[in-house]
Design a binder for this molecule. Sequence first.
Ligand code: FAD
Length: 168
Amino acid sequence: MGDMVKIYRSKARSGLSEAEVDSLLASSRRNNHALGIGGMLLFGGGCFLQILEGPGPAVERVYRRILGDPRHIDAVLLYNGKGEPRRFVGWAMGFSLLEPFAHIRSVAEFLGHDKAYHPTSFGSDAALRLLLDLRRECRGSDADHATCALAARAPDAAETVLRRTAAS
Ligand code: FAD
């Protein structure tokens, strides 16, 4: 029996602060770990892109909660699959800021599209490519089975900041 996989994108509420993103990440990791949900959340150009993987009912419940969250708007479901293998095993919710990785083609595509925010012009294939590219960026580090944040806020943009969670 495989898992349910959902990928969506959305626009951050105007003025959303780093502290608010940190706080939503913390509660996401706590909740997801308890529910057996994994995935990754990307943030760049004022937009989110997230993959949620796990038992169907739990993923549906969390997704519905996310849709009602005032910290973002205009959510568009890009992919909704059932009976799938997990791509983010052991990640309660990986996180990456995108701007430091604009040299990666899939990242540049996402950031470019988001300037105009054409929800339909960045589809499920592009989204999955982007997520897997970012997962690869974390591989080879301690982050393989943890969550990781690749931080633009670090003085050196290339610096990788690892955030371990109880999920690892
Ligand atoms: P708490 O985190 O304790 O929050 C209590 C309530 O206050 C919630 O209703 C919350 O929405 C609201 N709240 C808290 N801070 C703010 C704020 N700054 N502005 C407005 N309302 C606020 N949750 C998950 O469980 N898993 C995920 O993977 C996940 N991904 C998310 C991705 C995005 C892009 C966003 C915007 C939210 C995500 N969330 C996720 C959060 C989700 O929408 C709920 O807020 C969260 O699940 C509620 O967790 P909690 O019951 O522990 O509440």
